[in-house]
Ligand binder design. Structure first.
Ligand SMILES: [Zn+2]
Length: 222
């Protein structure tokens, strides 16, 4: 680990434990026990975009050890993705509308910028809301061929079962198809990186299981 060096700015090097995926894109793997989501790191010049902050001490330390400006994006408000938001020092913090509401209340994170529509930044990063059965206020981050989706393609827990809301799922599929990314990065998944068309095909297969008059689809029980 590059400790003891005090030089500020320019140097924007990989952190310990980081796994490189493509030029400028890497992942700090999540953990199951305790549950902490994968963290995406996108390096654009001096700036590091951080997709989710996890929940563990280790993740917070890694993020606080990064040099240069840090722009944090929270995929949604769940603890395993956002619990460190209060202890990670950053220059900007973005979240979906619902995430902002939850965090302002429960976690004392006030300076969150709400993202309510596709927002493109000059460095090539774009942020976009994702309609999701899993959680309200999901955000994704796209960069080149890659799109970080957090937990947005996962179902919700509905009456103790994993279910998708049919109407929302249709919107999820539409959004994912509009992205133009070929690789999807999905939290907690192994492998972390998936072919976008396969993910969309899976969701379409689930959507095909919908039944008239039933707003929820339960893929396991079908
Ligand atoms: Zn999660």
């Amino acid at each position: 680990m590059p400790t003891g060096e005090r030089k500020e700015g320019r140097e924007n090097r990989p952190a310990w434990g980081e796994q490189r995926m493509a030029d400028g894109i890497s992942r700090f793997p999540g953990t199951r026990e305790p549950l902490s989501a994968d963290i995406g790191l996108i390096r654009c010049g001096d700036v590091t975009w951080i997709f989710d902050v996890g929940s563990t001490e280790e993740a917070a330390e890694m993020l606080n050890g990064l040099r240069g400006p840090k722009y944090v994006v929270l995929s949604h408000f769940h603890q395993d993705h956002a619990a460190n938001a209060g202890r990670v020092r950053c220059d900007r913090l973005y979240g979906g509308g619902y995430t902002c509401k939850k965090l302002a209340k429960g976690m004392g994170v006030a300076e969150l910028t709400e993202v309510t529509e596709l927002t493109e930044f000059a460095d090539g990063v774009s942020l976009f809301p994702i309609p999701s059965s899993h959680a309200k206020g999901c955000l994704g981050l796209a960069y080149g061929e890659y799109a970080f989706l957090g937990d947005a393609v996962y179902p919700a827990q509905k009456d103790g079962k994993a279910g998708y809301n049919a109407g929302v799922l249709q919107e999820t599929i539409r959004l994912l198809e509009s992205l133009g990314a070929s690789r999807f990065l999905i939290s907690h998944a192994e492998p972390f990186e998936a072919d976008a068309s396969r993910v969309v095909a899976y969701l379409k297969a689930v959507y095909a299981l919908r039944q008239k008059g039933r707003p929820w689809i339960f893929p396991e029980g079908a």
